[in-house]
Design a protein around this ligand. Structure first.
Ligand code: AMP
Length: 313
């Protein structure tokens, strides 16, 4: 087993203009696992309630996601409800968050889980994220973390503690500003990398993503799409593509991190093309590779050679 994830497995209710879905499969760990499963073995640590549908467990298992760490507790599955502005899909309002079975969740890792070399602490209570990290047998090769405003506002101290202990942080643009207290994104990035992570990914929705590593910045656009149906889970699918690539290659060089960032963007772009995991769970290797290649074309341009200068009047 190579890639372990702890996070939420959820039922989401999403509204976008006249379109809506109620109790659709979602959750940070769900999107992450299925996206990462195209590249690496994935094991999941999470809890669901008695109402969790067997067909949803089957969907994850159908992608070879190891669900031995998916606990079923008495009570209801975590619920999240959100609404998007149909004219600006970057703008999302959380209408409701019900922790339900997550309120009393205490993850217990098996020996197999505790030896995982790659760990992703998906968006969930930072106290649980730290608990899982502390249970690892030895420090994994790479530990990454994602979070959101709900935890930045509600559990900032716990979040700070776990951020200090990870290698890679995934965070939204507005959340990076909120967490660091800096409005300029470069200042926010320095403040966050000073806390501990050597690699930072600032997600900017339809404007793409910024990768900060080793004093350099890499910018990946969002793949241009004519139709965006539901942005929910794009960030987790991004992280799934990124960490799936890391776990498969072990390449944490600048080149490897940049490729992982593009693969993350590819997986995020598929996610938003349909509600829930409808698109992410039905991809072929060929579709993924074609979009990865198309990304190269989007960003490829001729660099200015040493002995060359730009035209002058
Ligand atoms: P994303 O769109 O990538 O930010 O992720 C959306 C997913 O995060 C949804 O499927 C939700 O179920 C899940 N989610 C929303 N709020 C929380 C929270 N406070 N803790 C954990 N997961 C959450």
């Amino acid at each position: 087993m190579s890639l372990l994830v702890v996070g939420s497995v959820a039922y989401d209710s999403v509204k976008i203009g006249a379109e809506s879905r109620t109790d659709a499969l979602g959750g940070s760990a769900t999107y992450f696992s299925v996206a990462a499963s195209y590249f690496s073995d994935v094991s999941l640590i999470a809890v669901v309630g008695e109402d969790f549908r067997e067909s949803d467990v089957a969907l994850m298992q159908g992608h070879n996601v190891d669900t031995a760490g998916l606990e079923r507790a008495s009570g209801s599955t975590f619920r999240w409800a959100g609404e998007y502005d149909p004219d600006d899909l970057n703008s999302r309002e959380t209408l409701d968050t019900q922790l339900n079975v997550f309120a009393d969740f205490s993850p217990k890792l098996s020996d197999d889980h505790r030896g995982a070399p790659y760990l992703f602490l998906a968006n969930i209570d930072p106290a649980l994220q730290l608990d899982v990290l502390n249970q690892m047998e030895e420090r994994p090769k790479l530990v990454a973390l994602d979070t959101m405003n709900f935890w930045i506002e509600g559990k900032k101290d716990e979040l700070q503690k776990v951020v200090e202990a990870v290698d890679v942080l995934f965070i939204d643009e507005t959340e990076a500003r909120m967490f660091s207290g800096k409005s300029n994104l470069l200042h926010a990035a320095s403040a966050i990398t000073d806390m501990g992570p050597h690699t930072l990914l600032i997600k900017r929705g339809e404007h793409g993503v910024l990768l900060f590593h080793d004093g350099s910045i890499f910018v990946a656009p969002a793949f241009p799409l004519e139709t965006v149906v539901d942005p929910t889970g794009a960030g987790d699918s991004f992280a799934g593509g990124f960490m799936g690539y890391m776990a498969a290659t072990g390449d944490i060089s600048s080149r490897g991190l940049r490729r992982a960032t593009v693969l993350g963007s590819v997986m995020g772009s598929f996610c938003v093309e349909a509600f829930s995991l409808e698109r992410t769970s039905a991809l072929s290797k060929e579709e993924i590779e074609n979009r990865f290649r198309a990304f190269g074309g989007l960003t490829d341009f001729e660099h200015l050679a040493e002995d060359e200068s730009l035209p002058r009047p």
